[in-house]
Design a protein around this ligand. Structure first.
Ligand SMILES: [Zn+2]
Length: 340
């Protein structure tokens, strides 16, 4: 089995100057796409599940999909991560299920909507760090708020409002010190979902300078970019060519993510791009042969389309070729590390 603590992977990425894409999983085809791409590019992977994914797929199906992926691909180091835990209880239920990493998103209150106070965020994050580290499990926290809503999680801030909830570099330093979290998700003006920017983002709206400043203050802090799909024009075009109706929209350019990786970003969440690839492929398959009714007829090209996106990100972020170099540590190893 090659399910490893996420911290091990982030440390290796930091030592070797690369970033790791974290792809969301809701069903079998998605995890197959991720693993196809990982095997082909020899990449270590982070597979993550939101609360929405856990209820959609039911915890047990999801857990066994991830276990199957690890069993079939023992050469691929894989971290299992809870995306946007809304409370310590959610995080600990993921730990019970065998996740090797959890995100305690205390930037929002337990409803997953209301921006939370500093004190609340520190308190719930400390609580999760204490309980998770005792089990060797990695903790990601968040400071500042992103725009948009995804899977019911998010304050629903507009592109403009998100600019008022950026992560403050000075606060980030204090927060990491107070909580002992392993990784910090930062708000730099992006949003969850497909509608991040109305035009191609400039440095005024996509604040890469915040990342550079945090990295300068805390060179050892692993930063996480959320809302970091690139929303490629060609994927939106396929959807619209085959009957979809998506307005013009812009994501986070891959070059900006690469700039982030040069300044301490180690985990990059990518979900929307995979959704676009799947939807485009299914729409095309439906139009290509309207007489087909076997789900495998349209799920196969969907799986390939998502694998292509995963592969492209793995190569762009520098995780390709890194799988053989990652130590296959266990939660017990990390338990000892945290106890020191
Ligand atoms: Zn997120």
């Amino acid at each position: 089995m090659a399910i490893i603590p996420m911290r091990t992977l982030l440390d290796h990425a930091a030592e070797n100057d690369y970033g790791v894409a974290a792809f969301n999983v809701n069903n079998m085809e998605q995890i197959q796409s991720i693993m196809m791409a990982a095997v082909e590019t020899e990449s270590p992977v982070i597979v993550q599940a939101s609360r929405g994914a856990r209820s959609y797929s039911q915890d047990n199906y999801l857990r066994h999909l991830m276990l199957a992926a690890a069993e079939l691909n023992p050469q691929i180091p894989m971290a299992m991560h809870q995306d946007h835990g809304n409370s310590p209880a959610t995080c600990m239920s993921a730990v019970e299920m065998g996740f090797t990493s959890v995100m305690m998103d205390g930037s929002l209150e337990e409803d997953g909507k209301t921006p939370a106070s500093w004190d609340y965020n520190v308190r719930v994050t400390q609580e999760v760090v204490k309980a998770a580290h005792a089990r060797g499990v990695t903790v990601e926290a968040e400071l500042g708020c992103l725009g948009g809503i995804e899977d019911g999680q998010g304050a629903g801030l507009s592109e403009e409002e998100a600019q008022e909830h950026l992560t403050d570099p000075e606060e980030a330093g204090r927060f990491v010190e107070l909580t002992g979290c392993d990784a910090l998700a930062v708000a730099i003006g992006t949003s969850h979902g497909a509608y991040k920017f109305k035009k191609k983002p400039t440095g005024q709206v996509l604040r890469m300078d915040v990342i550079r400043e945090i990295h300068k203050r805390m060179p050892n802090c692993h930063m996480v970019m959320h809302g970091s799909s690139s929303v490629p024009e060609e994927l939106v075009a396929i959807i619209n060519e085959y009957g979809g109706k998506m307005p013009e929209t812009y994501g986070v350019p891959v070059e900006d993510i690469q700039e982030g990786i040069r300044h301490g970003v180690r985990k990059i969440n990518v979900d929307t791009d995979n959704r676009l690839a799947i939807t485009g492929a299914i729409r095309k398959a439906f139009m290509d042969d309207p007489s087909e009714f076997d789900p495998r007829y349209y799920l196969k090209p969907a799986r390939v389309a998502m694998a292509e996106v995963c592969k492209a990100r793995m190569i762009a972020f520098g995780q390709a070729g890194r799988a053989p170099g990652v130590e296959m540590k266990t939660l017990d190893d990390l338990k000892k590390y945290y106890a020191m």
